[in-house]
Design a binder for this molecule. Structure first.
Ligand SMILES: [Cu+2]
Length: 195
């Protein structure tokens, strides 16, 4: 009897720890989603701009420091502004930030992150989203693993579609990505570090 009780206690302990682990990694549908805990969306607004305005945004002063190898942008201010565009025609499944391809962005803890995402592509929908998941990404991205703007239409002759987003993030390592089918899988993602 004692042995049976011990086995039972051991089994229930295993079940409880398995449940706790699933909750922590967000694999349980009942557990809290860590993404909701770590990423707060303060503001999200769709905008439309003219191509003339695009050049202004793209050449706006960058407060961050670009590394010599042009792979990182390091911010020290508590207010961070990023202008993020979809890649050029010969590299559509990528982002451009301050002219860099999918750079790693590093921002301080307790900062407010303003992202202006602009779809500069002329034939594909793209979006900008944040996730706790890391590459490699599957072709179809589950809705519950990201927060960000919906897919924005490609540019028209005199109009570009964009979204202004403001986030507050817990310290950690995030991925910014495009969640359109096959895009992150094809390389449309980068790292965002909150240190
Ligand atoms: Cu995309």
């Amino acid at each position: 009897m004692k042995r049976a009780l011990a086995v039972l206690a051991c089994l229930s302990g295993m079940l409880i720890s398995a449940y706790c682990m699933a909750a922590a990694t967000g694999t349980s549908s009942k557990g809290a989603n860590p993404l909701r805990r770590d990423v707060k969306v303060i503001r999200m607004k769709r905008i439309e701009i003219t191509p003339q305005k695009l050049a202004q945004y793209q050449h706006a002063k960058l407060d961050g420091r670009i590394s010599h190898n042009r792979k990182y942008i390091y911010f020290t201010d508590k207010v961070v502004r990023l202008v993020v565009c979809s890649g050029p025609a010969n590299d559509m499944l990528s982002f451009r930030i301050a002219g860099l391809r999918n750079p790693t962005i590093s921002i301080p803890a307790d900062s407010t992150l303003h992202v202006l995402f602009l779809n500069t592509d002329d034939d594909m929908f793209h979006n900008f989203a944040l996730s706790l998941k890391r590459a490699p990404f599957p072709i179809n991205i589950e809705r519950q693993i990201w927060v960000g703007c919906p897919g924005l239409p490609h540019r028209e002759s005199n109009q570009l579609h964009g979204a202004e987003m403001t986030f507050r993030l817990a310290p950690g390592r995030y991925t910014y990505l495009c969640t359109m089918r096959g895009h992150a899988h094809g390389g449309m993602y980068g790292t965002l570090e909150v240190r």
